[in-house]
Write a protein that binds this ligand. Structure first.
Ligand code: FES
Length: 151
């Protein structure tokens, strides 16, 4: 099914539901893993919702991704327990290993996307990262390159 038909199917499903823009965009985001400008314009075209309204919601809520994501998702915890266990050094090491420029979160080969999160719920393992669904705890900078090399 082409993208426009998939969008129509989702948009028509939400057509009469009040306050449905956010869940609708979340479902649309799952089609390609992010919301491209072209997709948002098509959503506006099909739904009649102003393109500025769609952009406004997509840029305001952190749940929406506006760029393609890497194959693997890395979440680094910046919560209190991890912060006091030197999470900043782990983050700097990760960004260096992944060769991420300031403001970038996805590697040039689209292999990894890095997110900073508040708490991963396993504070006793601080500092912690998660790659996809696997948790790595009690980290030090040396372990980071070994972990990344295993992907
Ligand atoms: S503060 Fe890092 S896992 Fe909770």
């Amino acid at each position: 099914m082409d993208l426009r038909k998939q969008l129509e199917r989702i948009i028509f499903k939400y057509e009469f539901v009040n306050g449905s823009l956010i869940p609708m965009l979340q479902e649309i985001q799952e089609l390609e893993g992010y919301l491209s400008k072209e997709t948002m314009k098509m959503v506006s075209d099909i739904s009649g919702i102003g393109v500025a309204d769609i952009f406004g919601v997509a840029t305001f809520y952190t749940v929406f991704r506006l760029k393609p994501q890497g194959k693997h998702t890395i979440r680094i915890c910046k919560g209190t327990a991890c912060h006091v266990s030197n999470a900043d050094l782990i983050l700097t090491t990760l960004r260096n290993e992944l060769d991420l420029e300031e403001g970038e979160d996805t590697t040039a080969d689209n292999k990894f996307t890095l997110f900073e999160v508040a708490c991963l719920g396993c504070c006793s393992l601080a500092p912690v990262i998660m790659i996809d669904n696997t948790t790595y705890g009690k980290l030090d900078p040396q372990k980071i390159s070994e972990i990344l090399a295993s992907y």
